[in-house]
Design a protein around this ligand. Structure first.
Ligand code: NAG
Length: 481
């Protein structure tokens, strides 16, 4: 099962062209855009955050970027015309109306993004896991922007994650919305959809908002799900509905008991029950197997069966290797060295510092970060015989004095402003490249309760058999141990 849709191929070839011209010649210190906070109840309505421009100047002249060597290009031949086609789970190329591209012998499932990027990655893994439980082919939307600035363009799932590899490794078939429906289409399709959000929380009296249905030109008619989809009845501090509750609702017997009160769609006033052919849920970030915030735990099935197999595209892997070489000032073409990645989330985590007596007590001090790094180094030496002294750190901390102390330790970071990452690759890439760099580390120190850290930690564990630690925070001495 290996196919490569045409649009991906063109993207891949284009990226190699870009790669051969891009300058990756700056390693300075600076601020990194950040993502996702697990404790935040929701991000959907948060105004997009604009990042201030960094006034630090690159230390290296960028006007004459050196070309990367030929060795940095992938050693595979361009795929020939005949080798790519369309997903066997679809009728053919993308159509104006999505229904024209659905097979009548296949059932589908879809859902929408509504948070920062990492949480949306988790949401799509949940969608795919639920698809495998309900014997349906998941249709994955694009990623829509929030933390990177709401006016950035969406990015296809398959530009970030290697879809053919996912299908092969996981054994789960997926398709993307832009394979199903032509992104240029002007046809607005109606679809009946379950509103889970209103059944699991009590503050917002509408389905979970998402920009994706607008991008996809879908007019949705929502049906509120029954109360029993909520794991903890009447408990306002948890929003989980279990995969099994959602599975129960997706099969005909329970479905027929709970339909008949759909609300009209906003554009066409279409009143449609949640449908059999394309099962639709508004929001699956809060879906869980047995408890909330489950990705942090080793047993989490949606990690083990799904997200673990979200590998970066070959293009992102290549870009990442170039960045790692730059970070550690290694000659072009050298293999990636073993290194330890540190992710320190401060920023809006300061809204969760109520247990700290003084504001400066809230976050773990640099000495605590150093202690965690030392633990990782020790365990790497013991367990793998590796002496690792290369440290890569990313953080949204803005205090130059903090960064001066980090720099004094000899730790490295990427200054994406100086590297012009967003200008060269697009505004999604600083945050994607940081995550990809972290995932390539043999050791990882993350920030407790950051979903960005959680996913990086699990990648380092699963992909690198790496050593990981989590920094506690929130009050003085929180990480003392
Ligand atoms: C399903 O689709 C196939 C191929 O398009 C067609 O030949 C067949 O008649 C359809 N079956 C039904 C029940 O509509």
């Amino acid at each position: 099962m290996s196919y490569l849709p045409r649009r991906r191929l063109l993207g891949a070839l284009f990226s190699l062209t870009v790669l051969s011209f891009v300058a990756l010649s700056v390693t300075t210190f600076g601020r990194v855009p950040e993502e996702t906070f697990q404790v935040t109840p929701e991000h959907g309505n948060a105004p997009p955050q604009q990042h201030e421009t960094n006034d630090r100047r690159p230390e290296v002249d960028l006007t004459h970027p050196p070309l990367p060597p030929a060795a940095s290009e992938p050693d595979r031949d361009p795929v020939s015309e005949e080798e790519y086609s369309y997903s066997p789970r679809l009728v053919g190329p993308p159509t104006q109306s999505f229904r024209d591209n659905l097979r009548n012998d296949t059932k589908y499932i879809t859902s929408w993004p509504s948070a920062g990027w990492t949480n949306d990655v988790m949401t799509y893994a949940n969608l795919i896991y639920l698809g495998s439980l309900t014997e349906r082919v998941p249709i994955i939307p694009m990623f829509t922007p929030s933390h990177i600035g709401g006016d950035a363009a969406p990015i296809p799932f398959g530009e970030v994650f290697d879809v053919p590899r996912f299908i092969e490794e996981s054994g789960i078939e997926i398709v993307e919305w832009d394979e199903v429906k032509d992104p240029e289409s002007n046809v607005v399709d109606d679809l009946g959809c379950w509103n889970i959000w209103e059944a699991v929380q009590y503050r917002e009296h509408h389905p979970r908002p998402s920009a994706a249905p607008d991008w996809l030109k879908l007019d949705l008619s929502y049906t509120k799900a029954p109360d029993w989809v909520k794991l903890i009845p009447n408990y306002e501090h948890d929003s989980c509905s279990t995969f099994m509750a959602l599975t129960r609702l997706s099969y005909p017997e329970e479905r027929s008991r709970n339909i008949g009160h759909a609300l009209p769609s906003p554009l066409h006033n279409a009143v449609l029950d949640p449908e059999e052919h394309v099962l639709c849920y508004d929001y699956l970030y809060y879906a869980c197997a047995q408890q909330s915030y489950e990705y942090d735990f080793d047993y989490a099935p949606m990690w083990r069966y799904v997200l673990r197999h979200f590998h970066w595209t070959q293009r992102i892997e290549l870009i990442t290797q170039q960045y790692v070489r730059e970070v550690f000032e290694l000659p072009p073409g050298t293999n990636m060295p073993p290194f330890i990645a540190v992710h320190i989330r401060h920023g809006d985590f300061s809204n969760w510092c109520w247990a700290a007596e003084n504001p400066e007590d809230c976050f773990a001090p640099i000495s605590a970060i150093e202690r965690r790094v030392k633990e990782v180094q020790d365990e790497l030496r013991e367990r793998k015989g590796l002496d690792v002294d290369r440290i890569f750190i990313s953080s949204d901390e803005k205090d130059p004095a903090w960064w001066d102390q980090i720099k004094a330790l000899g730790w490295r970071t990427v200054d994406h402003d100086a590297m012009r990452t967003a200008a060269v690759y697009g505004r999604w890439y600083p945050v994607i490249i940081d995550a990809a760099i972290q995932s390539a580390a043999v050791g990882f120190v993350g920030t407790d309760r950051s979903t960005y850290s959680i996913v990086s930690r699990r990648r380092v564990q699963s992909w690198q058999d790496g050593v990981t630690r989590v920094l506690k925070w929130g009050f003085k001495g929180a990480d003392d141990h």
